[in-house]
Design a protein around this ligand. Structure first.
Ligand code: COA
Ligand code: NAP
Length: 266
């Protein structure tokens, strides 16, 4: 049951880069359920077509690589031709894998930075003159690695940290017509990201120990944060990065860590 009023986003056009699976597809679906016309973009054309079918309501599914500025710009122009200027743009395409710095080639590092960080620049830079102004809302999907250094994640840490600054700089440059915000999800159940970053029981346990809410997040919970951020309720919010993570970036919330504080001093 959505906490938002029906048709909250009626008349809005939304473009979701990386919206063909997982968290971003969940965001696109919720936008459509609330009345927005939605377009999703990913590299794989079949996956994009399936995602559009799953969303329904005349959603558009297109293939473009966010690393390719011209391709992403062409996709946006196609969307605007069908749906009118864009009110909401989400940049959520990402690539990730666990690898130590010494197990990573220069191309491996560059690939993730290129998709996540340069991709977000391309999506936001490419959309500006296709936005409905004033009142447009841009949302980048970042991650806790932006703030908390994490071994085996040097590429994602660097890329997501860059995205956080990109959000803040664009919020300054593009206000008051455009609001630019970010969402930093915690570990979200049944996603490609979780499958890659917590591939076994020990890794899942380590992630779980850090969540004060003591459960995995759900795709719908990220979608609802996205609806809030692009809605009028967030009209005075820009440059903000919203953690939607059950508190998992606060630190070690494991019972063992809690018990330490209660042990009598020796
Ligand atoms: N460990 C070390 N290096 C790795 C790796 C791993 N697990 N996986 C890929 N690489 C390296 C490749 O070897 C290659 O480097 P090289 O040319 O020096 O050999 C480089 O990364 C690029 O790989 P390639 O497969 O050519 O890139 P791609 O552009 O086809 O795919 C990825 C990008 C690698 C990020 C791929 O995992 C992907 O498409 N991910 C999207 C889905 C995803 O990650 N979702 C979770 C989001 S949080
Ligand atoms: P996902 O299902 O793998 O989604 C990634 C999406 O991006 C797919 O639609 C993918 O489609 C697309 N994509 C990848 N590379 C692309 C490229 N070069 N150009 C265009 N599209 C590309 O992953 P997810 O786990 O839901 O993660 C979604 C976002 O949430 C990411 O930004 C991730 O960093 C962030 N996040 C996730 C978690 C989590 O728990 N899952 C936690 C924190 C942050 P194609 O493969 O067809 O291109």
């Amino acid at each position: 049951m959505s906490p938002f009023r029906e048709n909250l986003l009626a008349g809005k056009s939304a473009f979701v880069a990386g919206g063909t699976s997982g968290i971003n597809l969940g965001i696109a679906k919720r936008f459509a359920e609330l009345g927005a016309r939605v377009a999703v973009v990913g590299r794989n054309p079949e996956k994009a077509a399936n995602a559009a079918r799953e969303i329904g309501r005349d959603a558009i599914g297109l293939s473009a690589d966010v690393r390719d500025y011209a391709a992403i710009r062409t996709a946006m122009e196609q969307v605007v031709a069908h749906q009118g200027k864009m009110d909401i743009v989400v940049s959520g395409a990402a690539g990730n894998f666990l690898a130590p710095a010494l197990g990573m080639s220069a191309n491996a590092f560059r690939t993730v930075v290129d998709i996540d960080l340069n991709g977000t620049f391309n999506v936001f830079r490419g959309c500006h003159d296709l936005l409905n102004l004033p009142g447009a809302s841009l949302i980048a999907i970042t991650a806790g690695q932006a703030v908390n250094p994490s071994p085996l994640q040097i590429h994602a840490c660097a890329a997501k940290a860059g995205i956080n600054q990109l959000i803040r700089v664009l919020a300054m440059e593009w206000g008051p017509d455009v609001r630019v915000t970010g969402i930093s999800p915690g570990p979200i159940a049944n996603t490609e990201g979780m499958a890659r970053l917590a591939p076994d029981a020990a890794a899942r346990e380590a992630h779980y120990a850090r969540i004060p809410m003591k459960r995995w997040g759900e795709v719908e919970e990220i979608a609802e944060a996205a609806v809030f951020l692009c809605s009028d309720a967030a009209r005075y919010i820009t440059g903000t990065i919203l953690d939607v993570d059950g508190g998992s970036q606060l630190g070690d919330a494991s019972p063992r860590n809690m018990a330490r504080g209660m042990a009598p001093a020796s």
